[in-house]
Ligand binder design. Structure first.
Ligand code: DLL
Length: 433
């Protein structure tokens, strides 16, 4: 299902032409309205006449999270506050939050882009949509709300917290669509079962729109089985708008990027050079339609790959694959790069453990030691120590084959790993650098 078919099925040439046109416009707009960009573009000798093809975007300098921090709170805004009608922000782990603003037109664009990803996931005006993302400064709740409302679905703005109450609402109001983080969806399934809910009989859920954190295909399968739904991924980040940058269609095999509103590049994060299509690298995003906060070549730090191959759904918009991690989430353990998603993939294929895990990294002397804490299922029971050892050895072996390094595995009690209502905390890095 399409939201605006013309935009979603343009030829690749039409997409590129549109992107070059909008990019030139936005360069001039930012130059005239944001002192930060005026200076940056002057330093790099950029004006709109230097942009002729889409590749010319590489002449532009990158923008980073630090640029947002240095211009805190409103220094990157291109309009005066009179035009701003909404402010969101994302709390980083360190320092000041990143502040983002929207004009009326920006909210309209955002709404349409959410409607687009919701339609792609199969949501209709007959659905009842339970949104369990936090409503507040986080872009998840309000972001998804308006687009889903626009397609005519009935929205239950439950926000986050109190899982038992969430389940009661999902059941009593007959929600057919669930919107939250994938880890919270699993937690909802877990608590529902414990509360004696028969998910197939008592709930009417059919679709999940999940995002805001990395999740593997194995985790998708688990969520789909537990909640008896089809689970669709969607991706976005505050700095460039929030959710709505990309979302999956019925193929469930990559997220179509809103290329009529953004330019996506994949670069090698070490050399800053573009990688070949289909290779993994860091996603870099340029906004083409934002009024309040135009952003050029934003370094997302998310590692993904992009394909422009035609999709069976009919959309021509390029697809990004599930981000496998972030450049700053990548653990370097004894010199080997490890992403939490690689560990997740292994764990999800092992019977007897639950899908909740955490990776703890310590430094013992000069050596990095990673311990993967996994929850045993409540019904996992060993009548002999030998069997438990075999079980752990097997997980160890699988992890070693996947990662190329030895990590230790610790089985912990069911429910002992903290559940999150929002983004799950997968890594505890105790090393001092
Ligand atoms: O998480 C926006 C969002 C809300 C997206 C709801 C989807 C649904 P931030 O809080 O600024 O914004 O965090 C952005 O979260 O750079 C990724 O590292 C991660 N992320 C977001 N979506 C996905 C996803 C929102 N589908 C950061 N898969 C991004 C993997 C994701 N990582």
């Amino acid at each position: 299902m399409f939201w605006n078919k013309d935009r979603e099925t343009m030829s690749r040439k039409e997409i590129e032409n549109l992107q070059v046109e909008l990019l030139k416009e936005k360069i001039e707009y930012a130059y005239n309205n944001v002192p930060f960009y005026k200076k940056k573009f002057d330093d790099f000798g950029i004006d709109k006449s230097s942009i002729k093809t889409i590749e010319d975007i590489r002449k532009l300098p990158f923008t980073t999270k630090n640029d947002f921090r240095d211009n805190y709170p409103f220094g990157l805004f291109a309009t005066d506050m009179k035009q701003i009608v909404r402010i969101h922000s994302s709390s980083g782990t360190t320092g000041k939050p990143t502040v983002v603003g929207y004009t009326k037109n920006d909210l309209e664009t955002w709404t349409n882009l959410i409607a687009r990803i919701a339609k792609a996931a199969g949501v209709t005006d007959e659905d009842i949509v339970h949104i369990a993302f936090g409503y507040g400064l986080f872009t998840g709740g309000f972001g998804l709300h308006y687009g889903l409302e626009k397609i005519g679905a009935a929205i239950v703005p439950a926000s986050s917290g109190n899982t038992k109450r969430q389940i009661m609402l999902i059941k009593d109001y007959g929600a057919t669509v669930l919107v939250c983080t994938p880890s919270y969806a699993l937690h909802i399934a877990e608590v529902a079962k414990e509360s004696g809910i028969d998910i197939e009989k008592d709930l009417k859920l059919r679709i999940g729109m999940f995002g805001a954190e990395p999740w593997s295909d194995q985790m998708r399968k688990k969520i789909e089985a537990e909640l008896n739904i089809k689970a669709y991924d969607n991706y976005g980040l505050s700095e460039i708008m929030g959710p709505g940058f990309s979302g999956e269609c019925e193929e469930q095999n990559g997220m179509h990027i809103a290329e009529d509103n953004f330019i996506a590049e994949i670069i090698n994060p070490e050399t800053d050079k573009p990688v070949k299509e289909g290779e993994y690298g860091e996603l870099v995003i340029t906004t083409l339609t934002k009024e309040a906060l135009p952003v050029f070549r934003y370094r997302t730090r998310d590692i993904t790959k992009i394909s422009t191959k035609p999709c069976s759904c009919g959309r021509t918009l390029a697809k990004m694959s599930k981000p496998i991690g972030r450049t700053d989430d990548m653990l370097i353990i004894r010199g080997v790069n490890v992403f939490p998603s690689q560990i997740e993939e292994v764990l999800f294929n092992i019977e007897g453990i639950s899908p909740h895990y955490q990776i703890v990294v310590d430094r013992k002397g000069a050596l990095d030691v990673a311990t993967v804490m996994v929850e045993a299922n409540a019904n996992l029971f060993f009548d002999e120590m030998k069997k438990q050892k075999q079980f752990l050895d097997n997980i160890n072996y699988e992890l070693k084959s996947a990662l190329g390094i030895d990590v230790s595995v610790k089985l912990v009690e069911p429910h002992s790993i903290e559940r999150s209502m929002g983004k799950a905390k997968r890594i505890i890095d105790n090393r001092k650098f």
